[in-house]
Design a binder for this molecule. Structure first.
Ligand SMILES: [Zn+2]
Length: 106
């Protein structure tokens, strides 16, 4: 993928997904993974990106609240989530990082 197209792709709004290969608009299949949804074009099968899940669907990867939803930890133990973010942010995937930032409103 051309770097400009790639940049566009990463910053695009998920309300309008355009396949960079065949131009198909908003027609893609979604495969649910633990912390994101893998999207591929319905026509040509091109990988379109990992659509981030909302923080109410993302689970903690390790630690005291392993496999618990970020949204549950937010409610039950807000200081822990703050601590977790501060201490572990270098080890987290982007999708998880974004979910936690959204949850903590930072
Ligand atoms: Zn396509």
């Amino acid at each position: 993928m051309h770097s400009y197209a790639k940049a566009l792709f990463y910053f695009m709004n998920w309300n309008e997904v355009i396949c960079p290969s065949c131009g198909l608009v908003n027609d893609y299949t979604i495969e649910e993974k633990s912390n994101n949804s893998v999207c591929t074009c319905s026509r040509c099968g091109k990988f379109l990106g990992n659509k981030p899940k909302n923080f109410d669907q993302v689970r903690m990867p390790f630690g005291k609240y392993k496999n618990r939803l970020v949204s549950d930890v937010l409610i039950e133990d807000y200081p822990y989530l703050q601590w977790f973010y501060k201490e572990c942010k270098d080890k987290l995937s982007n999708s998880l990082l974004n979910a936690i930032k959204k949850a903590l409103n930072i």
